[in-house]
Design a protein around this ligand. Sequence first.
Ligand code: GLV
Ligand code: MN
Ligand code: MN
Length: 417
Amino acid sequence: MREATQDAVSRVDEDRLWRRHLEMAEIGAIPGNGVNRAAFSSEDIAARKRLIAWARSRGFSVSVDDIGNLFVRRSGLDARAAPVMTGSHMDSQPRGGRFDGIYGVLAGLEALEAIDAAGAKTQRPIELVAWSNEEGGRFAPCTMGSAVFSGARPLAEFLNVRDNEGVVLRDALRTTLAATPDAAPHAFATPVAAYVEAHIEQGPRLETEGKTIGVVTGIQGLRWFDVEVFGESAHAGTTPLNVRRDALCEAIAIINALHALTRDGDDALRFTVGRMLVTPNSPNSVASHVLFSVDLRHPDPATIGRLGDAVEPTVRGAVRQCDVKVTPTLRDDPCMFDSGVADAIEQAAAGLGIASMRMPSGASHDAMYLARVCPTGMIFVPCERGVSHNEAENAKPEDLAAGARVLTATLMELANR
Ligand code: GLV
Ligand code: MN
Ligand code: MN
């Protein structure tokens, strides 16, 4: 490992990194040690302001694009060279933990500060990015910011999405952008030399195998749908069952049919209905309308393709008296990360004497969209018992710091290529 890289790595400050996690966890703190920091909420805005303040105090420049992706740049020797990027997201699940997403942002900032403190020169700029609305828990679908930045989907497609309270994304985004008026404008689809994202594993493998670093090989495929069932509201005490058009009753039949479709002896398939809105949502009215989400994942492209295509026919085959509408909201094919970036991460870990293993990701990440436009990789660190999307999500300060050290060394290597 080059001397400049060793020097930068030695400046990674475990205490500062941990303290910043605790400070960010104050924003949107919920009982049970968790965090609720929905995309484009007042908590999201507070987190953005905090990140900007930390970045500016070090002299890094800050910019923001039209979907609110926030960029923090440390200059390189060649101002015209495409940057090496790192980052993740600051929004959380409604009952999320203190590490999902924010770790990748804070580890990236730590790397930038460590490189800066060492006075290291890199050929390329290094840019930290906090992607907007990665979770999709408030405004579906997920990974919106990186989808728009990478050119995979147009911003216009998302502007009319509503949250559960009826707030339109366009308005929440406008408020968010207005809260950081002095951030310079950043364009979409600017060239990126390489992208490396650090994240907690969100599964138990690293802990079980006693390894500190996961070198991520790729991400399984994902398909999302909104299913709407249209029935008719009626009096619960008087309306005979055989004349009802009960949207909730039929939604349950549909979900059971989807469970049967996705039964998998290998337990590789993931099927989740995690969101349901019932109208009028009253104990003594038959439901007139139900909207529920479908989240389907599998690592094999043919399997996820076949099952995703079977969702709508299965839904239609399960309804009796109601009408249905199936809207696909997300389709991400399985992605394989760049072997050169994986090698760089693996060599960085080995050079630092940190035990690593290669592994796929079951969770989706913004890296999936960056992989379409530049060589991309991810660094996983262990989290306690693999618990995530849960208030109890936990990770060890020393593992977070180890991941930040590997990230620092990897960025130094990629930014000098
Ligand atoms: C991201 O949180 C995902 O749904 O995998
Ligand atoms: Mn995440
Ligand atoms: Mn998440």
